[in-house]
Design a protein around this ligand. Structure first.
Ligand code: FPP
Length: 245
């Protein structure tokens, strides 16, 4: 798509960290009378474009929700299709992502994934560890409440071992024990398909996020729509609880 057709983004007001809940693949498959796996496959196609564009725009971090801790309860055929897509995604994209200096980080307990997927994800993290471009966080087997339990346990262990004192615990201590440690908090959260929920995604990190809920199903959400979501964010007045002078 030519840039002229895209909404005019103010490059001085870019969100630092964007989170995306790619919702609507199932309904898209139903609408197009195809199997659910094809819905998820179509959803992977536009995901590629959105990652590429985020990197080109100079967005600092992009966090996408690929598979939740609750998604294991879906029919086996669908879980298998998603696992296969994750594998294909990494083998087809990793070279270009490396070229673009994208650094990939997993959010979630990936040790619970099948071995092939686990190896591919670890390899993607290892290969891109030194890259200084877009931070691409892929949430797989992720749930925000589970992330918070993990964070509390890690901090409690350090207190128990005498490494830190109870009084020294601050909001920064909490942030630095989340999967997103070191990254800015979420500025913009996008959830497609008209659903108005956070669904256990990055609860702590979204404290002051601006929410945009485009009505289209994820596979229909185009690069043009993505740029419009960013423009919508740029129109918002963010006060972070204070009063404008
Ligand atoms: C939500 O739609 C989408 C998911 C549960 C999976 C999203 C995954 C991908 C787009 C591809 C895999 C990711 C990578 C990194 C390759 P839904 O199925 O809940 O839609 P519905 O609400 O219409 O049923």
């Amino acid at each position: 798509m030519s840039n002229a057709a895209l909404a005019p983004i103010d490059m001085n007001k870019l969100p630092k960290h964007i989170a995306v809940i790619m919702d609507g693949n199932g309904r898209w498959a139903k609408k197009n009378k195809v199997k659910i796996a094809l819905g998820h496959r179509a959803g992977t196609e536009n995901l590629r474009e959105i990652i590429r564009s985020s990197s080109d725009l100079g967005i600092e971090a992009l966090s996408i929700f690929a598979f939740s801790t609750e998604n294991w309860s879906r029919p086996k055929v669908e879980v298998d299709a998603l696992m296969q897509l994750i594998l294909e995604f990494f083998s087809s994209e990793i070279d270009e992502l490396c070229e673009k200096k994208v650094r990939i980080t997993m959010l979630g307990d990936i040790t619970q994934l099948p071995e092939r997927q686990l190896l591919a994800l670890r390899e993607a993290e290892d290969r891109t560890r030194e890259n200084g471009g877009l931070r691409l966080n892929i949430a797989i087997n992720y749930g925000a409440r589970a992330e918070m339990v993990r964070m509390v346990k890690q901090i409690a262990e350090k207190v128990q071992a005498g490494e830190i004192s109870l009084d020294s615990i601050t909001e920064d201590t909490l942030s630095s024990h989340l999967y997103t440690a070191g990254l800015p908090q979420i500025d913009l959260l996008i959830r497609t398909s008209g659903e108005l929920r956070l669904s256990n995604f990055l609860l702590y990190q979204c404290a002051y996020a601006e929410f945009v809920f485009p009505p289209m199903l994820w596979p229909d959400y185009s690069l043009k729509d993505y740029h419009e979501s960013i423009c919508e964010f740029q129109k918002r007045k963010r006060r972070f609880g204070s009063r404008e002078e």
